[in-house]
Design a protein around this ligand. Structure first.
Ligand SMILES: *Cc1c(COP(=O)(O)O)cnc(C)c1O
Length: 297
């Protein structure tokens, strides 16, 4: 099975921090799914790649920056399935030797198409997609970060693997695809989102994505009522870090044996603990979705 998620364990975090407050805290280890296709990227690709097969497309085309986890994930999944892949990469000055991410994409057989920043800015435009389809015939285009209907549906499936009732779920947010998928499948859980981009408009972005999955604006409003945004934990912005965050990663690894990455999961986990300290979670169940990422330990 290509999109096997059985390795994603559902674990209880056994630590005094939670016990003292009578909180049952769980973690869903999507980081264990695959060594290279980090966590949620796997889930976001599943139905996109199936859709490409249904449409009999010969190739997957997608977009990413020079250090994109999504590009590696796409290259790796396509390699496994023997499908051609094309990556449209921001930065015309780059080559497949510019960094380990691009090197690996190249090694996995992804055709890298380096474009200027202004061309990259068109990546969500319909006309640009038409142009790309002419240039690369028979390609199925996945938006940057897998941010479309099929990406969300793949993330919604996480709930099928969880039988415990959850009151609160914490998740890191990049494009919002994962958080929207979770929201679509959440019964009564509040979805706590931690954007990793500074100034990110979580609700606007989530609303935009949710329109791909539901046409009723009333229903979208109702869904969004279950979202709690914690936008003060970006540590300076995307991929920015501090000594405090680095120490936090070491502390959590030592005390809870959970590896976290600097870009996404450490910030979300930090946010969860800070919010729990503020109170209001006592006698409830809290779940942390470990979305994966690259950690040094
Ligand atoms: C890509 C990524 C995210 C962001 O997910 P979105 O669906 O874009 O919000 C979160 N965590 C990790 C580890 C990632 O690699």
């Amino acid at each position: 099975m290509t999109f096997d998620t059985r390795k994603s364990e559902f674990q209880q975090i056994d630590h005094s921090f939670f016990k003292e407050r009578n909180i049952e805290c769980y973690i869903k280890r999507d980081d264990l799914i695959h060594s290279e296709v980090s966590g949620n990227k796997w889930r976001k690709l599943k139905y996109n790649i199936q859709q490409a097969a249904t449409l009999k497309k010969e190739c997957i085309l997608t977009f990413g920056g020079a250090y994109s986890n999504h590009l590696i994930a796409t290259a790796s999944a396509c390699k496994k399935l023997n499908i051609k892949s094309i990556g449209v990469v921001r930065g015309e000055e780059l080559t497949h030797l510019s960094n380990p991410v691009l090197e690996r994409c190249h090694e996995l057989g992804m055709q890298l198409n380096f474009v200027t920043r202004s061309e990259y800015d068109l990546r969500a435009e319909k006309e640009y997609w038409e142009e790309l389809t002419l240039k690369f015939p028979s390609s199925y285009i996945i938006p940057e970060g897998g941010a479309n209907y099929f990406g969300m549906i793949g993330c919604q499936e996480i709930w099928k693997e969880i039988s415990t009732e959850i009151d609160h779920l914490f998740v890191a947010q990049g494009t919002s695809t994962t958080s929207c998928g979770l929201l679509l499948g959440a019964k009564k859980a509040q979805i706590h989102v931690v954007p990793t981009l500074k100034g990110y408009q979580s609700i606007d972005e989530m609303r935009r994505l949710l329109t791909y999955a539901t046409i009723e604006s009333d229903l979208i409003d109702e869904l969004l009522d279950s979202v709690v945004i914690h936008d003060e934990y970006h540590f300076g912005g995307y991929a920015k870090s501090t000594v405090e965050l680095e120490n936090f990663i070491i502390q959590i690894k030592n005390e809870m044996n959970i590896p976290l990455d600097l870009v996404y999961t450490a910030k979300a986990f930090y946010a969860m603990m800070e919010e729990i300290k503020k109170g209001g979670y006592e006698n409830q169940t809290v779940l942390f979705l470990h979305t994966g990422g690259y950690h040094s330990n």
